[in-house]
Design a protein around this ligand. Structure first.
Ligand SMILES: NC(=O)c1ccc[n+]([C@@H]2O[C@H](COP(=O)([O-])OP(=O)(O)OC[C@H]3O[C@@H](n4cnc5c(N)ncnc54)[C@H](OP(=O)(O)O)[C@@H]3O)[C@@H](O)[C@H]2O)c1
Length: 216
């Protein structure tokens, strides 16, 4: 995400936990890093000051409502009119009209239950975080990622308003392209107050669907 933003000549401020700062060493001198938890309101207030856009990764890790605290801090402290782009998974639904493959429903049920039991993650935390984003009057986009794979960029992912659209059937996106989509969303007015579910543009289902027509 940092690389895509720098490629576009954006001035970048990054927030990550103290223990993770070293992962950004490759960008030393080119970005400003504010170390801290993303649900720390003071950290976010400092980091987003003056920013025209905020890219936020919402993760369900832990059972302390990290994602909800993160989303709320960004919603409260980003400047009015800033573009806010959040990440989550397909399992988040905005209007209940998504039609999920049984494997995903099964995974959410079983992983969600086990993860909460082991106090490793709380999927409901991500649900609540997104509910607050959807209810806000900010210029938000919630990018809903498919399963991810590593590898070189294939280009901007395809998207649809609803899981169940045949274009998404392959359920696979390169991680680097998930980031590309989030950065591109900053300047794509069509994505304001949308929750696009994405898939790799070279995935079989995207290729079967034919060229993108612009709208989902
Ligand atoms: N992985 C998938 O297959 C998949 C599929 C669909 C959607 N997504 C979505 O894609 C986004 C990124 O997913 P990912 O799999 O790349 O996430 P990830 O590897 O688990 O981590 C993303 C960030 O979460 C923070 N993090 C990790 N463990 C944490 C903990 N225990 N407490 C607090 N923060 C923690 C880290 O921040 P620091 O920088 O502070 O270390 C890390 O950079 C998420 O929004 C996810 O819902 C992922």
């Amino acid at each position: 995400m940092v690389r895509h933003a720098l490629d576009r000549r954006y001035e970048v401020v990054g927030v990550c936990r103290e223990r993770s700062v070293a992962k950004l060493d490759a960008y030393k001198g080119r970005i400003r890093v504010v170390p801290g938890a993303t649900d720390d309101r003071e950290v976010i207030r400092t980091a987003v000051a003056g920013c025209d856009g905020v890219l936020t990764v919402l993760v369900p890790w832990g059972v302390r409502r990290y994602a909800t605290g993160t989303a709320q801090a960004v919603l409260d402290h980003a400047r009015p009119g800033a573009r806010l782009v959040f990440s989550c998974g397909w399992h988040i639904t905005r209007d209940g009209k998504d039609v999920y493959p049984w494997r995903l429903r099964w995974f959410v049920k079983v992983f969600g239950w086990l993860a909460r039991l082991a106090r490793v993650a709380d999927l409901d935390d991500q649900v609540e975080a997104c509910r607050r984003v959807f209810a806000s009057d900010t210029l938000w986009t919630v990018v809903r990622g498919s399963d991810l794979e590593e590898g070189e960029s294939q280009g901007l992912p395809r998207w649809s308003r609803h899981v169940g659209d045949p274009v998404l059937a392959s359920n696979l996106t390169r991680r680097v392209d998930f980031a590309l989509f989030m950065v591109a969303a900053l300047t794509d007015g069509k994505l304001v107050r949308e929750a696009p579910a994405i898939v790799g543009c070279k995935s079989p289902s995207a290729l079967r669907a034919g060229p993108a027509a612009g709208a989902p």
